[in-house]
Design a protein around this ligand. Structure first.
Ligand code: B1M
Length: 219
């Protein structure tokens, strides 16, 4: 069982989607996350283990390497694609309540801001970390975040901003979330942000990269 789950983790880490995928070249012709997830479930490995000890491990490794500038955006995208191929087999188990997410993470780019590439990477890594992700998209108003929080008891919220002009909307969003659902944790990120700014606006956490956001959630 351990060997199969390790192979699965390697497929996600390297972005090996399925046997037909030519990427990465040194794994050409080998089974990918698609075949290995199916095989693991067919062999009776519990869906929670396939997720936590296979797919999530691989995504964690690639997320860490991304933080260390050892791999780049395309590598993260390929890993997310491999992860998704495996997740497709796990979906029915989540729906039946036989596999479990760690929690719900609501993410969006704040009002007035249309940048979503970084936000999407954070969503992928967090999903790869075993969380259910509710992605509200871009240009999300404070009220829309609050509405999503009210629909997802116990969730954690992630806010992304890429413009100095929209950082002020991040502050408004944190304030409204804290007012309407005081216990809700909020983590913020985006190129112009700093830890000092995050603290000033009352956010609970700041991360410069997707893996840091996941680490905040996993504490
Ligand atoms: Co715009 N843009 N843009 N842009 N854009 C920047 C951000 C800018 C720095 C370019 C520049 O002037 N040098 C500048 C902002 C200056 C500032 O305010 N500091 C800028 C500007 C000014 C604008 C417009 C105003 C331009 C105009 O129209 N005059 C306009 C604004 C539109 C709007 O949002 N209302 C605009 C528009 C656009 C496009 C639509 C053309 C396009 C966005 C496409 C899209 O996202 N779908 C775009 C792009 C692509 C960029 C640059 C080139 C790249 C941004 C990006 O995707 N980076 C950018 C310049 C640059 O960065 N070189 C620029 C890659 C991405 C992986 O990194 O988003 O930083 P990033 O995300 C990182 C981290 O920040 C972090 O993790 C990610 C992965 O490491 N992170 C989080 C992000 N969110 C997080 C949340 C977390 C944790 C970590 O927890 C919740």
């Amino acid at each position: 069982m351990e060997e199969l789950l390790e192979q699965l983790a390697v497929c996600v880490e390297r972005g090996k989607v399925n046997a037909a995928s030519p990427y990465p070249p040194d794994m050409k012709g080998e089974d990918g996350a698609d075949e290995l997830t199916k095989k693991a479930l067919d062999e009776g490995i519990a869906p929670d283990d396939v997720l936590a000890k296979g797919l999530v491990i691989g995504m964690g490794r690639v997320g860490q390497k991304f933080s260390e500038n050892k791999v780049f955006v395309p590598d993260l995208l390929m890993a997310a694609k491999a992860m998704s191929a495996g997740m497709a087999y796990l979906k029915p188990f989540f729906e039946a309540g036989e596999a479990h997410h760690k929690g719900v993470f609501i993410i969006g780019t704040v009002q007035g801001d249309l940048h979503d590439i970084g936000k999407n990477l954070v969503a992928m890594v967090v999903e790869g970390g075993g969380w259910k992700v509710v992605d509200l998209g871009v240009d999300v108003s404070p009220e829309k975040f609050v509405e999503a929080v009210s629909e997802n008891d116990g969730c954690v919220v992630g806010l992304s901003a890429l413009l100095t002009t929209t950082m002020v909307n991040m502050e408004k969003t944190v304030a409204l979330i804290k007012k309407s659902a005081p216990g809700t944790k909020v983590v913020v990120g985006g190129a112009p942000l700093t830890a000092e700014f995050a603290e000033k606006i009352g956010a609970d956490g700041y991360s410069a990269d997707p893996q840091g956001a996941l680490s905040f959630l996993d504490v």
